[in-house]
Design a protein around this ligand. Sequence first.
Ligand code: 5AD
Length: 343
Amino acid sequence: MTDIINKLYEKSEITESDLKKLISNDDFNDYLIKKAVEVRKKHFGNKVYIRALIEISNICKNDCYYCGIRKSNSVCDRYRLTKEEILECAQKGYELGFRTFVMQGGEDGFFTDSYMADVVSEIKKRYPDCAVTLSLGEKSFESYKMLFDAGADRYLLRHETADEAHYGKLHPESMSFKKRMSCINSLKEIGYQTGIGFMVGSPFQTLDNIVKDLLFIKSINPEMVGIGPFIPHKDTPFCGYSAGSADLTVKLISIIRLLLPKALIPSTTALGSISEGGRERGILAGANVIMPNLSPGNVRSKYSLYNNKLATGLEAAEHLIELKEKIKSIGYEIVTDRGDYNG
Ligand code: 5AD
């Protein structure tokens, strides 16, 4: 097993069967983490980048079976931030020291391309030293291009699963794997720093699926990779499925670090939500990004993708000082620069 890890460490290369062995055998997890941390330290030292997450709308036209803000969830209390509210969030974030703003939301038709382009360019005008990341779902090449031209630097669109049949089990027929792939290709082609990723332990996910996800991620060579455990939401068709494992998520973060040494890998809210200290474990396994929540207090609990999502405490952008202390106590340091991909 150490030979597989060493090969991954030295060449960032691995075969399907090696990955299967590595994932199913937990006896060498400490060695895997040690190597992932070595690689992470080589490229990033002990730096942890922070991104201010602004959840701009929980209105969504899609009906993903796992997601709490899916269209058919009639008990979801819907909201949409105004342009002014988004700009207020950005100001607050800037003052707190954030230099990346992530605007995330459901696929909400109210936010047209020109509306969002306006918001993006206003933020870039006010804070030219900041990066803007968008996470607004599937759009046409032209729409992505327009937002890029307005100043957006990065885009997060998780592939969710690299297996077409599995994709079909997580999404209604109106959504397609091919469309997802074409969106990811568009983002890359346009020049966005692009983030993809998947849920660990989503319903029907097999070991083969995970291996496929990892090889897919390697082949795309994205600037960012976000993974987190699946966590059931009570008002979705997947309410009865069990949550993904924090241990496996942490392990996969280490493998992804070795596959993509220079990637920006968040220790996600889902990982922090599912287990006490989960977010710190992610950092200690090779993740190098944290995305505290900067949405206005009154909407924070409404952006409920899954149950028990952390929104307060150290998860909240206001508590940056405490978060810095916490990260320092595990031997890392939160820095406030843009934290761009350095390929
Ligand atoms: N559990 C964990 N992650 C979820 N997401 C959506 N619903 C859930 C859930 N129930 C993730 C998806 C999506 C991202 C914004 O949140 O991967 O891409």
